[in-house]
Write a protein that binds this ligand. Structure first.
Ligand code: HEM
Length: 395
């Protein structure tokens, strides 16, 4: 569980816990701000069977950038992937990218990871459709809930940049964006955040912008990840890869605010206060859908988000790694906030789609959430030593 909590690996230098801090406490906290010197120097290994940034303890900041290819020849795409991999390898180790004019900014990687994804369009554009992983499929339409804006949807190539410091995310983004220019056209960029590192206890579940603990039920053991998230040996070049469904989901926070706390909890099936299921008392209590409430009805209603999402058991479980977004309020004064919902699974059609179909049909939560962007990507396995990300596809 600690693997997926918000802002894990915390340095234990929490400042004053009561706000506003006064007198000596305030001075103390002030003097201590910025003394967690390891945040900047921490690194996440680039090499590995899987790409970093999927099950890595979630970093506080992520930028997701999606591009369309403007080149079609596989050897040109290989050229792009080699350049990207070289710079990713450098920057995740705290070294400057090749053509970096501000190398000072690369010196504090703050657990930087960069994860590449291939949309279905990459396989068609390069004529490699026969090598498209079986787990990667376009989503069906969900007309009852989707209000998709093409400006937030699709893409041939995803670059996901995550770190505990927005400075390094911005810098790595600029370096990699420059790399892509001769080969691609930018499609969209989305920026998300979680709690700052150190703001909540190590391993604790983070909250989304509605205030709910979000991320309690997720596969976490190696056995669970191997069976539900990573593509197996039968996936050929894609073994060790995974797929990502990215949905930009807007929250109608202003209307949500009108609910009383009990209605909010009933909608999810868990208590906002501590994340406990309405059938239990603690966050990690197993939800029991047969336990009645005081009126004799099931404590977790049939329409509750966790009841509908859970469906037919753990075998189809997905790995949810959402980021929050909070943009400028709209012209009419409404909030523009929500979630960059990220779901990793071995097989989109077998795992994500049935869950989303059920939620689209009968999740009460749909009244306050609206998908406004949608994209799917194959996340290739880790790069071979001295090789490049996605190499197996072109071998
Ligand atoms: C559980 C929030 C969208 C699938 C939860 C929980 C919260 C939550 C608070 C309970 C705590 C937890 O286990 O993490 C949200 C919000 C969403 C959203 C705020 C959008 C803005 C989705 C979508 C899907 C999904 C689009 C899949 C298509 C699930 C699953 C669970 C879950 C599988 C765990 C259910 C179980 O207990 O087995 N979500 N969710 N959620 N959600 Fe969502």
């Amino acid at each position: 569980r600690a693997l997926f909590g918000g802002a894990a690996l915390v340095g234990g230098t929490a400042a004053a816990t009561v706000w506003p801090a006064t007198g000596a406490a305030a001075e103390d906290a002030d003097a201590r701000s910025g003394d967690d010197a390891t945040v900047g120097s921490d690194t996440v290994p680039f090499e590995g069977v899987h790409q970093a940034g999927v099950v890595t303890a979630a970093q506080a900041f992520s930028t997701f950038a999606a591009y369309d290819l403007t080149v079609t020849e596989p050897r040109r795409v290989v050229g792009l992937l080699r350049i990207l991999t070289d710079d990713i390898r450098r920057m995740t180790a705290g070294r400057a990218a090749l053509a970096d004019t501000a190398p000072e900014l690369a010196a504090t990687p703050a657990r930087l990871t960069v994860t590449l994804g291939f949309g279905p369009g990459l396989f068609t554009t390069t004529g490699l459709t026969d090598r498209q992983p079986t787990g990667l499929t376009e989503l069906p339409a969900f007309p009852a809930i989707d209000r998709l804006d093409p400006a937030w949807s699709g893409g041939d190539l995803l670059i996901k940049i995550s770190a505990d410091d927005p400075m390094i995310v911005a810098h790595a983004h600029r370096m990699l964006h420059k790399d892509t220019r001769p080969f691609t056209r930018l499609r969209w960029t989305q920026r998300g955040f979680l709690n700052a590192r150190g703001a909540i206890a190590a391993g604790a579940t983070g909250r989304n912008l509605m205030g709910q603990l979000d991320g309690t039920v997720n596969p976490s053991t190696d056995a669970e990840l191997d069976s539900r998230v990573w593509a197996g040996a039968d996936a050929g070049w894609f073994a060790g890869g995974t797929t990502l469904v990215l949905r930009r989901i807007r929250m109608d926070l202003d209307r949500w605010d009108e609910l009383d706390p009990a209605a909010m909890d009933a909608t999810i099936g868990r208590r906002q206060r501590d994340g406990s299921p309405l059938s239990g008392t603690r966050e990690y209590d197993e939800p029991d859908f047969t336990v009645p409430d005081a009126t004799g009805l099931p404590a977790i209603a049939d329409f509750a988000h966790i009841k509908v999402a859970r469906g037919d058991g753990p075998a189809r479980q997905i790995l949810r790694r959402p980021y929050n977004y909070d943009d400028t309020p709209t012209a009419d004064g409404g909030s523009d906030s929500g979630q960059i919902f990220c779901s990793y699974q071995a097989d989109i059609a077998a795992q994500f789609v049935p869950i989303q179909q059920r939620l689209a049909e009968r999740d009460l939560f749909n009244q306050w959430t609206t998908p406004i962007g949608s994209a799917v990507f194959a996340i290739p396995p880790g790069s071979p030593a001295d090789g490049y990300l996605g190499q197996g596809l072109f071998a």
